[in-house]
Design a protein around this ligand. Sequence first.
Ligand code: ARG
Ligand code: ZN
Ligand code: CA
Length: 248
Amino acid sequence: RQQLTTIPTVVHVLWSSDDQNISQDQIQSQIEVLNADFRAQNKDKVDVPDCWTGLVADANVEFVLASTDPDGGATDGIIRKRTDVTSFTVNDRMKSDATGGSDAWPTDRYLNLWVCNLGDVLGYAQFPGGPADTDGVVILTSAFGTSGTATAPYDLGRTATHEVGHWLNLRHIWGDKNDCSGSDEVDDTPTARRPNFGRPTFPHVTCGNGPNGDMFVNYMDYTDDAVMVMFTAGQAERMNAALDIRGF
Ligand code: ARG
Ligand code: ZN
Ligand code: CA
């Protein structure tokens, strides 16, 4: 597909202490990062090494806080809920009213984004094809957006970019195997041995991928927010195929 896809997004803010009830400004800052990153309009794409600038891709996806709720009423796309759960884990309890979370809006029409305390996990996502009622993305409160509670080095909104990449069927660029046998099923991302963390120096060669090495500037690696700055054309193609399947 070539046309722009706009995804209505609902943000579920789950808080057990006042500071977790993040501001409108912090929520908006995350939406802005998603829109910049998925349209390749992020200013820091100038940091992509020359060898890969030709691969930087506009995924043609944008995100807007929902203006209509599932019943057709007006909404600002934000649900705020106090919870007795002081810390969630990757078990989806934040996705249901019954377990101290907030029920998903119909996942064939909205991107559901839950923001909550996840302990030491930055975020997680459900891949396409999973159960409808748990579909969406979860982000740790302190890794969400670029203001308020957002905390370095995860304060540039890239956790959500990475997780929405998973939600649109992208795999980690090292293929989750740590022995060069894994693949992300995308041809234009170099094979890499394992995740990169922090701020690597270019090039970081593994798996015979020299001279340019691992594409640690990709959103689907594990580097710091300031380091991950691009999707490739192959990744954009894979995400658009997922959008077709999702029916957006
Ligand atoms: N560990 C998480 C995952 O595998 C996200 C990592 C995001 N990294 C970041 N720099 N924000 O989905
Ligand atoms: Zn991931
Ligand atoms: Ca690849």
